[in-house]
Design a protein around this ligand. Structure first.
Ligand code: NDP
Length: 503
């Protein structure tokens, strides 16, 4: 039915006379190819799907603002952080990671926590998770890791063998595995979880001073998680529970908010710190680097159109603004390439022209031209090269990231596994979790690991044991594994453990 007296038209604007009956030769057909309205309608429908994201395919998003609550101008010259009270528009997208676009929101999975700040110096994207650490610390392993969390190439089923085979052969994953299988792996809603940069980033000033920082968005709605059985049940009751919750909360004006807390480390502290501060499998303990509250984020507007604004939203950790830069973190370095790359594949080379992705508080001035779906004026008749003597735009050397000292042999350096890689998972189990949290953790792990081969169960339990003897023993007990064998395996080097569990 015509809305606001608007007639139905074809893509060309030509009015359409009938949208119910195809044009046929006689009452019973066949259909005539001259029914161009029908062929256009079918052809467009045939092309409605774009590739879903390889990871983070299922998500929900909302608009809002970020407000600075503490002066941080001594650490960064980023204009959107320049004074207390300054507000910047944001768009946030939350997601699961491994599931497809139609998968359930309550699946056990990390949750993506991505925020685009529309600043006057360009868009700044913070693309984090609801966990402060990650499974691996070199991007080289990322495609393999994700393959193991998705479907088996033969059966097209989720596969406990490949899931745990990879993790047990990748011991640096132990900290993230412990968080994932705690009840934090099944947040009740997107509003009831924290968001972390996970990576270390650089903040710098115009004077060239710089700091290493980590971001923590702390929920003001309080942490609230499903237990494993509750999450399983919710998959059937409402697979879209978190998407629905976010949409309805905002529609009902119950605007969710988060405090932004920062951990800040000087370059000198980083040099002498007891472990690599750029290793994403570890947190900076709060006792060493107390978080400082510097702002808050409020989400207060739902998108009008899911596809245009959420599905087509594209985040990249490579979207920096002056005052914020990367760290040497080897996971971050790979993501700096991969995110833009995947968006170019998914949405096309001009995806930053799409309204949700385009800068809103400043102009986009560059020499990028043409390409598929260029849908603005394409730079008009301005120069398409630089240098030019027709008024630029020109690069501004004042916004350069300060030089940092890096040196070393070009080689494929590996991280040597050491006992320190097990300490934080153990601390989480021993010091942070309450008895009920530990019980749920053990039962969540056993419920999943029981589906893997025994040798893989043993190899993985040895890693839990190395983090904490009680932790490993409890999981092994639930799985009916031999404790003496487990202790033997835990005492071995990873290399020997792999050999001992090869068959
Ligand atoms: P603290 O006691 O200062 O901090 C513990 C943190 O653990 C709190 O931020 C708390 O978050 C969080 N937490 C509570 N339960 C869980 C859970 N099931 N899974 C993940 N995090 C949880 O200790 P430390 O800073 O010395 O860290 C001890 C351990 O806490 C770390 O090894 C790490 O596993 C975990 N942790 C540390 C963080 C950090 O940045 N230092 C951040 C998050 C976790 P909340 O405030 O929301 O209750």
């Amino acid at each position: 039915m015509a809305k606001n007296n608007r007639s139905l038209t074809m893509g060309s604007g030509c009015p359409v006379d009938n949208d119910l009956n195809s044009m046929t030769a006689g009452l019973k057909g066949p259909i005539l190819i001259q029914d161009v309205h029908l062929t256009e309608k079918l052809a467009h429908f045939d092309r409605e799907r774009i590739p879903e994201r390889v990871v983070h395919a299922k998500g929900a998003g909302a608009y809002g603002y970020f407000e600075v609550t503490k002066d941080v101008s001594k650490y960064t010259c980023a204009k959107f952080l320049s004074r207390v009270g300054k507000k910047t528009d944001v768009f946030a997208r939350f997601s699961t990671v491994g599931g497809e676009k139609g998968s359930a929101d309550s699946e056990r999975d990390p949750r993506g926590f991505a925020v685009k700040f529309y600043t006057e110096e360009g868009n700044y994207d913070l693309v984090g998770n609801n966990t402060p650490v990650f499974f691996i610390r070199d991007t080289m392993k990322f495609p393999d890791f994700i393959h193991t969390q998705k479907r088996h190439p033969g059966s097209n089923l989720k596969d406990a063998d490949m899931f745990w085979d990879f993790l047990s052969l990748t011991p640096e994953s132990i900290h993230q595995v412990t968080i994932l299988f705690s009840d934090r792996g099944t947040p009740r809603t997107y509003r009831n979880m924290n968001g972390y940069s996970s990576h270390t980033y650089m903040w710098y000033t115009r004077k060239g001073d710089y700091y290493w920082v980590q971001y923590h968005f702390k929920t003001n709605q309080a942490i609230d998680n499903f237990t494993g059985p509750e999450a399983d049940k919710m998959r059937g009751i409402d697979p879209d529970c978190a998407t629905r919750d976010l949409y309805e909360a905002i529609a009902n004006k119950k605007y969710p908010s988060w405090r932004l807390e920062m951990q800040i480390m000087t370059p000198e502290e980083a040099k002498r710190y007891r472990f690599d501060p750029f290793d994403i499998t570890k947190v900076w303990p709060h006792g060493d680097f107390p978080p400082i509250e510097i702002g808050r984020m409020v989400l207060n507007r739902n998108p009008d159109n899911y596809f245009a604004e959420v599905e087509q939203s594209a985040f990249s950790p490579a979207n920096f603004v002056p005052g914020i830069g990367p760290s040497p973190d080897k996971m971050l370095q790979g993501r700096l390439f991969s995110y833009h790359d995947t968006q170019r594949h998914r949405l096309g080379p001009n995806y930053e022209l799409l309204p949700v992705n385009a800068p809103k508080a400043c102009a986009m001035n560059n020499y990028q031209r043409d390409g598929s779906m260029r849908c603005d004026g394409n730079g008009g008749n301005d120069p398409n090269y630089w240098p030019n003597s027709f008024g630029g735009p020109d690069p501004d050397p004042k916004v350069a990231v300060p030089p940092i000292d890096v040196a070393g042999m070009a080689a494929r350096h590996s991280y040597e596994l050491s006992d320190i890689d097990f300490v934080q998972a153990g601390d989480l189990y021993r010091k942070v979790m309450k008895p009920g949290d530990r019980r749920n953790l053990v039962s969540n792990i056993a419920g999943h690991l029981k589906n893997a081969q025994k040798r893989i169960q043993l190899r993985q339990c040895a890693l839990f044991y190395k983090a904490d003897a009680d932790y490993g023993s409890q999981v092994a007990k639930k799985l009916g594994l031999n404790l003496a064998k487990l202790q033997q395996l835990a005492a071995m080097s990873q290399e020997d453990r792999v050999k001992a569990t090869a068959k």
